[in-house]
Design a protein around this ligand. Structure first.
Ligand code: ADP
Ligand code: MG
Length: 233
């Protein structure tokens, strides 16, 4: 699915620069569910943004679904992003003045689908996250967990090969976090490849593999022997 080789990234800070990623090697196969862990500032989001083609590395190789991702112009990058990737963020990033269904259907606009098809597909995905009854509600009328489900439905709408989530449970209470993780586990069981940035151990243990970043390199990369089930009661 993706292969990263000796990836480096620095940010300019005044006259000097901050070397955030110092030679990352990472391979992810189709069907994996991987947690990317590390303390705050360790470069998790930087790595995920490069994987998500929202940012570019300074050096190193990145191959996504067989396509070398390097020096793509903005238009090409947007096409690959739309085709391959779905994003979920801590703060949901829903459009406040659009209702749940319109939010979910939005990415389909960029795929050139007609309004009727967009809304039909949008409803299908709302149904999938259990929120069809909330189709015409605005984000402000939804709970945090519901907002994140809408965001997941939106991320899935264009049927991406890879789902990228940056602290998807960071703004949610424990019970709701586990519900969201359980839903992501279900998607992974159905075959979706998922990368999740988190700094919470219990969330990472709900993934099948944990990659730990520290001081700009991967300090540990291990399979989770007993994947944690959601255990709220
Ligand atoms: P994490 O997601 O693990 O908390 P980030 O990848 O967001 O870490 O950030 C890693 C480091 O890079 C932090 O020290 C952060 O301040 C810095 N950083 C992130 N983005 C930028 C940017 N656009 N410009 C300058 N520094 C940045
Ligand atoms: Mg981050």
């Amino acid at each position: 699915m993706l292969k990263i080789n000796q990836l480096h990234k620095s940010y300019p800070i005044g006259d000097s620069s901050l070397h955030v990623l110092k030679g990352i090697d990472l391979e992810v196969e189709t069907g994996e569910m991987v947690a990317i862990m590390g303390s705050s500032g360790s470069g998790k989001s930087t790595l995920l943004n490069i994987i998500g083609m929202l940012d570019e590395a300074d050096s190193g190789d990145y191959i996504l679904d067989g396509v070398p991702i390097k020096n793509l112009n903005e238009k090409k990058a947007a096409i690959y992003r739309n085709k391959f990737l779905g994003f979920i963020f801590q703060s949901f990033n829903l459009i406040n003045y659009k209702n749940a269904l319109e939010n979910v259907a939005l990415p389909l606009y960029y795929q050139g689908l007609k309004r009727k098809e967009r809304l039909e597909k949008g409803k299908f995905h709302l149904q999938k996250v259990g929120l069809l009854d909330w189709a015409h509600h605005l984000p402000s009328e939804l709970s945090g967990g519901q907002k994140q489900r809408i965001a997941i439905a939106r991320a899935l709408a264009a049927d991406p090969k890879l789902l990228l989530a940056d602290e998807p449970t960071g703004a949610l209470d424990t019970k709701t976090s586990y519900e969201i993780m359980e839903f992501l586990q279900q998607l992974n069981d159905e075959g979706k490849t998922i990368l999740i940035v988190t700094h919470e151990e219990d969330i990472a243990e709900m993934c099948k593999r944990v990659v730990r970043l520290r001081d700009g390199v991967i300090e540990e990369d291990k399979k989770v022997n007993q994947v944690r089930a959601s255990q709220y009661v």
